[in-house]
Design a protein around this ligand. Structure first.
Ligand SMILES: NC(=O)c1ccc[n+]([C@@H]2O[C@H](COP(=O)([O-])OP(=O)(O)OC[C@H]3O[C@@H](n4cnc5c(N)ncnc54)[C@H](OP(=O)(O)O)[C@@H]3O)[C@@H](O)[C@H]2O)c1
Length: 332
């Protein structure tokens, strides 16, 4: 099969001929139609991710058709169009993942290939209102945003929500989900153009985080937030505490700009704030996310579609922070 491999850290992605995988007893073999990038793929290429292993076929997101099943899996699944939940072996505890938890695309080979094998429990019917490219864009980002926003932060219709970094894959799902839930949504971004695009989606307003007064301007525009969804962390996180209403929840799932070294404990306890971490999601989160997306007919925002052999260009686009939404690979 054709596959895109990363031979080592700091290397370019390369198209190669690779042995077609065979499903084990509890797995299915998926012929992939489309895959999508996540920032995780870039961290791995940069060598900044735990448990690195090379060579590796990257890719956590995928949509395709079941071509074969393992001996424990019913044959009637063959021929079905599916999307893949990349959250493997979460376990039975809704509060946190198990010790054997892993994400598709490292340590196991991922979706930047013509075929992938995954546990049958991680296969879900493709939502009917989505194209193959849209469906491939949904799993990792949609799952992460859904758990952060609803399972963790308990976002409700009456909430005022701030999502930082509007152009990101996960952030855009958080924006779309919060809007669909009826919340008033504001954003930050490093680009005025991306803020304008977010406003077209329905957000009330936004500020450029590169502007020194971004948080003051947001405070004037929105007064304060009940739920804040962040992936940047770093120095700017302190300002999120200032922007939070008393009793608010700040949930973060990334640390793109580094450690948080400057938090004032008094502000956090006096305001009765909840500061929560969130990662990926359970099977139940994934099912709820799919139901929510189908009910509200949400379509992932696709930034650009590249052919499989141009995967390196997709990763470069992400590294340059050019994207607004998901970068997708068309495979078949
Ligand atoms: N824990 C988990 O389960 C999980 C799951 C998914 C992702 N993540 C992490 O979350 C982060 C985003 O992932 P992604 O796949 O959505 O990436 P992505 O599509 O590449 O987006 C990058 C994001 O970073 C934002 N950003 C960059 N510099 C920023 C700054 N100084 N302040 C605020 N935002 C800034 C960008 O905002 P603009 O483009 O609008 O400027 C954009 O939202 C990554 O660190 C990733 O590793 C974690």
């Amino acid at each position: 099969m054709r596959a895109i491999i990363l031979k080592d850290k700091l290397q370019a992605l390369e198209e190669v001929e690779f042995e077609k995988p065979k499903p084990t007893a509890d797995e299915v073999l998926v012929k992939l139609y489309a895959a999508a990038f996540n920032h995780r793929d870039l961290w791995i290429q940069k060598g900044q991710y735990a448990g690195l292993k090379f060579p590796i076929i990257l890719g956590s997101d995928g949509c395709g058709n079941i071509e074969a099943v393992g001996s424990n899996i019913p044959n009637h699944l063959i021929g079905k169009d599916v999307i893949i939940n990349p959250s493997i072996a979460w376990g039975n505890n809704e509060k946190a993942q198990s010790k054997t938890y892993k994400i598709l695309g490292l340590p196991d080979n991922g979706t930047f290939a013509e075929y992938v094998t995954v546990p049958a429990t991680n296969i879900h019917e493709k939502p009917a209102h989505l194209s193959y490219e849209e469906a491939a864009a949904l799993p990792l980002g949609g799952l992460t945003a859904f758990r952060a926003l609803f399972s963790r932060a308990k976002c409700q219709a009456e909430d005022k929500v701030l999502v930082t970094g509007a152009g990101g894959g996960v952030a855009l799902f958080a924006i779309q989900f919060a809007l669909a839930a009826g919340a008033q949504v504001y954003v930050t971004s490093g680009s005025q153009e991306k803020i304008s695009k977010a406003i077209e989606l329905g957000v009330k307003g936004g500020e450029n985080y590169k502007n020194e007064d971004w948080y003051k301007n947001l405070k004037i525009a929105a007064t304060g937030f009940d739920v804040i969804v962040d992936s940047a962390a770093g120095e700017g996180f302190e300002k999120l505490v200032d922007l939070a209403n008393p009793g608010a929840t700040i949930v973060f799932y990334g640390g793109t700009t580094g450690n948080i070294n400057n938090l004032n404990p008094q502000k956090i306890f006096w305001k009765q704030l909840n500061i929560l971490g969130s990662t990926m999601g359970s099977n139940s989160d994934f099912n709820s996310m799919l139901q929510f997306v189908s009910k509200h007919k949400i379509k992932p925002v696709i930034d650009k579609v590249f052919s499989l052999e141009r995967a390196q260009q997709g990763l470069e686009r992400m590294a340059q922070k050019e994207q607004f939404g998901k970068i997708v690979l068309k495979i078949a």
